[in-house]
Design a protein around this ligand. Sequence first.
Ligand code: FES
Ligand SMILES: [Fe+2]
Length: 355
Amino acid sequence: MFIRDSWYVAALSSELDEKPISRMILGENVVMFRDSQGAVVAMADKCPHRGYPLSLGTVVDDQLVCGYHGFTFDCSGTCVAVPGQDRIPSRADVRIYHLVEQGCWVWIWMGRGEADLAKLPSTPWLTDKENWSMVSGVAKIDAPYGLLVDNLMDLSHETYLHNGSIGTPEVASTPIEVEVDDEAHVIRVYRHMTSVECPSFYSRTTGLEGKIDRWQDIEYSAPGFYLLHARIAPVGQPPLPDGSDDHAFHMKIFYGLTPSTKDIVFDFWALSRDFCVGDTEIDTFLQTMQTGVVQEDVDALNILQARSLTEIEPTEVSIKIDRGGLAARRVLNSLAEKELDGYSVEQGERSTLNV
Ligand code: FES
Ligand SMILES: [Fe+2]
């Protein structure tokens, strides 16, 4: 089952304009567009009349007109016009979804009730353009969401799968620390590498040569948001006791994990850096490099999924580096169970009312 009472990344900001686009999120067809003020809008991508996708319609004066027979909806999902009659049927409205635009990403609340803004991930590094430069993208993976969680929680794969860009031998050989905050559904994985090779991804962008100290601190807020705090610094120069760290280079690597169907997941990504801010050549380099890195993950997960479909008895052998991924599975299971419990209570209440 999907965990619905949560925020997921629905689109890149750059994907949305006045032309509607369709995206299946958690098994629901959603249509998204911008109104004339630039505000983002999302509704169920299904016309109540005969089910035609509203994403194939057009936006006229901030109203979405169905491309089949012209039922027309305002941005609150209310049907405001139907063809050939003045009376509008009472059940002709469409569901709207709560969207929030933050930097390069547009988040959607997929829960049944009111959107819980307290649960919206905070991403100041995507909006503070004075101090951080950012690039972003999205990939579609023909594999279940769980495979992407596994992939992101165990970065030892960088050494082998991404050895031409961000992977060096020390990523796989350096032990990790794992912390789980069950209350907040956050899993943290720390890997601090000292005096290690500087991969091309960072030597080209920071100008550092030879050995570096390299930290990878993962913060996965289940189910849909993953943030990797990367710190790259000259050897033996940790942050100062007052917490300042101006002599180091920082990169935030974001992933929005958005299930589409049970067998497809969207992999939204973004990179923010606090160095070479405003340097468009570095933007282009990082955009190209990260697109390549993500594609290597996409290819690997597609292969794993294709394999799993033909296997009779899939097996796994977990080791120490899998602790982050295993913790994530446990937290995801408990979130799913909690939601299932809530749903049963809701159903119970409903049937009582019906009686
Ligand atoms: S299906 Fe949309 S108006 Fe008929
Ligand atoms: Fe990867």
